[in-house]
Design a protein around this ligand. Structure first.
Ligand code: ADP
Ligand code: MG
Length: 262
């Protein structure tokens, strides 16, 4: 463990404060503040184009943001430059943040030239430099956990979409991250395959994993979330406990969104 890390056990795992992000002149995130306390599941909902993916990618520093703060376990990202030229100043810090916030994408993004087992083992071996035997043991255990222990030696193309996404979740877990970030993990799947991925996510929520889940699946959001955030055109329009948000939406925008999606 890096002894210079100032980690605060009581701080949210992820916190963003007044975050702003633009692509050129297009302002996409317009002052969003949000936090994911340890052990909590936060769902991010909103129409297509509202900025959900961008916000998630800003959280683990896959995207730059122009203004506002991002904290991991209470530790702020250090920046150099301002506005459009702002970027993280410390590569080691970026690596540490990113390896602790594992991301699962809509399109699985498995490496097609590697077996499922190799996919799961790759990052702990190359990024963290962990012992191969230990990583393999953990990888096999995680493949069992997501229900595809028998697929370790298969190629990604030999798996169904639901199996591939479960392999991608095992891969994210194998980094032993502090939190998991999901970007529409079930959207690319046929309805009957969505449920096998939903089950894995529900199991992770039961284990009190810290997660931020971008989803179009309102039932999943209602079932697993401690807190739901409704993003509209780059600002938080409404947020709250799932019962409150889904049962008694306050704004017309959320009412419209829910009646269109549920
Ligand atoms: P969501 O995930 O809620 O559908 P996104 O975060 O993907 O929304 O996109 C928000 C807005 O930012 C959209 O208008 C989209 O076209 C734009 N956008 C996203 N990525 C880029 C990019 N790399 N370059 C330019 N514009 C982008
Ligand atoms: Mg998106």
């Amino acid at each position: 463990m890096n002894t210079t890390t100032k980690s605060d056990e009581n701080a949210p795992v992820i916190e963003i404060r007044d975050l702003h992000k633009a692509y050129g002149n297009l302002e996409v995130i317009k002052g969003v503040s949000m936090s994911a306390p340890r052990g909590h599941v936060i769902s991010l909902i909103g129409s297509s184009g509202s900025g959900k993916s961008t916000l998630l990618r800003c959280c683990n520093l896959l995207e730059n943001s122009q203004r506002g703060e991002i904290l991991f376990n209470g530790e702020s990202v250090r920046w150099k430059g301002h506005g459009a030229s702002r970027a993280p100043a410390d590569r080691n810090q970026v690596t540490r943040f990113r390896t602790n916030l594992s991301m699962v994408f809509q399109q699985f993004n498995l490496w097609s030239h590697m077996s499922i087992l190799q996919n799961v083992m790759e990052a702990p071996l190359t990024v963290l430099g962990e012992d191969r035997a230990e990583v393999e043991k953990r990888a096999r255990m995680l493949l069992e956990k997501v229900g595809i222990g028998d697929k370790a030696d298969a190629w990604p193309a030999q798996l169904s979409g639901g199996q591939q996404q479960r392999a991608a979740i095992a891969r994210a877990l194998c980094m032993q991250p502090t939190a998991l970030l999901f970007d529409e993990p079930t959207s690319a799947l046929d309805p009957e395959l969505q449920q096998e991925v939903v089950k894995v996510i529900k199991d992770l929520a039961q284990e009190h994993r810290t997660m931020i889940i971008v989803t179009h699946d309102m039932r999943l959001a209602a079932d697993v979330s401690d807190h739901v955030v409704f993003l509209h055109q780059g600002v938080i329009c409404e947020e709250g406990a799932p019962d409150q948000l889904f049962g008694n939406p306050q704004t017309e925008r959320l009412q419209q969104f829910l009646s269109a999606t549920m």
